[in-house]
Design a binder for this molecule. Structure first.
Ligand SMILES: NC(=O)C1=CN([C@@H]2O[C@H](COP(=O)(O)OP(=O)(O)OC[C@H]3O[C@@H](n4cnc5c(N)ncnc54)[C@H](OP(=O)(O)O)[C@@H]3O)[C@@H](O)[C@H]2O)C=CC1
Ligand SMILES: CC(C)(CO)C(=O)C(=O)O
Length: 301
């Protein structure tokens, strides 16, 4: 029998944001590669400080437990290792919730995990404030769904809990489409801004505008071959909308490069390039960006 605990593995920006919201409504354990101070503070988008006491621990030495939910909030490249370490310590079979960007770990773990697997696609924005907190930089929406399309009640239950915890969340039946849409946006913005070390809004200027257009043309062709429903406004409009909405942002991949960290290149560009190959579609801009990013970025750990 699983207890009602939410085990969150990956105590970074998103993991702490989730933990500091859920802790008022459910039992939460936050596990990482090292133990964090239990006193953690959430800075809200309005600037309010909300200190909370969390149960923090190391994933490699988790005490015996059978949580109802295992949330993986590591970067995509670290998710498989975090999953294996956590599952080796747990009894029972939790509902696995994958919070990663991209479309790599989601199909893999949906296939492998013996229990239900839910995917979360979120536009929340958060960054770390040292060891003791997280800044909720911007409110967004979290969509919850499952690739197997067999767990609608669980998706609804989790979305309701997130809403109760103060986040905006919705259960959806087309999480695969939502993940592909987010991946398309990330593929059009992240590698280019990381390569040229510019803010998102600068993509609207020459010479970057044309580069974005070329990437989006390739992404649109790949999505069409894969039968992914396009966004209502079309792929180009979706990407330019996000560029404008996040014009002042330093995108996550640029931040990773600037901080000397590994990037989520493989989880974002990898599925597009693999799908292009499978359909015999040329994707020269995506392949070139992938190659350039692989040289720029540290290998993932
Ligand atoms: N931050 C955001 O606003 C958003 C993030 N996302 C997505 O969410 C995911 C997480 O992003 P984010 O929180 O920003 O990333 P962070 O780098 O802030 O956090 C990742 C955390 O995972 C930990 N970790 C790495 N490997 C393991 C492991 N084996 N076991 C346990 N913990 C581990 C890291 O610990 P250590 O310090 O030891 O490296 C770190 O605390 C990404 O896929 C991102 O694209 C999506 C939307 C918004
Ligand atoms: C949409 C975008 C590109 C906003 O910066 C993002 O999600 C990221 O930085 O990873």
């Amino acid at each position: 029998m699983n207890d009602p605990t939410h085990l969150i593995v990956g105590p970074g920006a998103l993991g702490r944001l989730l933990a500091l919201h859920l802790v008022d409504t459910a039992p939460v354990v936050l596990a990482g590669r090292r133990t964090l101070p239990p006193e953690q503070t959430l800075t809200t988008p309005e600037g309010t400080q909300r200190p909370r006491r969390l149960v923090t621990t190391e994933v490699a030495t988790l005490p015996p437990m059978a949580p109802a939910y295992l949330h993986l909030t590591t970067k995509a490249y670290a998710a498989e290792a975090a999953y294996s370490t956590a599952m080796a310590r747990l009894s029972g079979t939790p509902t696995l919730v994958l919070w990663q960007n991209g479309y790599q770990i989601q199909p893999e773990l949906t296939h492998r995990h013996p229990g239900p697997v839910l995917c979360a696609s979120t536009t929340e924005g958060a960054w770390l404030a040292g060891n003791e907190g997280v800044v909720h930089a911007g409110r967004g929406v979290t969509y919850i769904g499952d690739l197997a399309k067999r767990h609608a009640p669980l998706c609804q239950e989790l979305a309701a809990l997130l809403v109760q915890a103060g986040l905006t969340a919705e259960a959806v039946e087309d999480i695969d489409v939502r993940l592909w849409h987010k991946l398309a946006v990330n593929a059009a913005i992240n590698p280019l801004v990381a390569r040229f070390r510019i803010r998102n809004g600068q993509l609207r200027d020459r010479p970057f505008r044309l580069m974005v257009e070329r990437v989006v043309d390739e992404v649109a062709a790949i999505m069409a071959a894969e039968d992914i429903t396009p966004p209502a406004a079309g792929w180009h409009a979706l990407v330019w909308q996000v560029v404008s909405g996040t014009a002042n942002n330093r995108a996550s991949m640029l931040q990773d490069i600037l901080a000397g960290r590994a990037t989520e290149r493989e989880a974002i560009l990898g599925p597009l390039i693999a799908t292009a190959r499978r359909h015999g579609i040329a994707a020269p801009s995506l392949s070139e960006l992938d190659e350039q990013m692989s040289r720029l970025a540290l290998p993932s750990r």
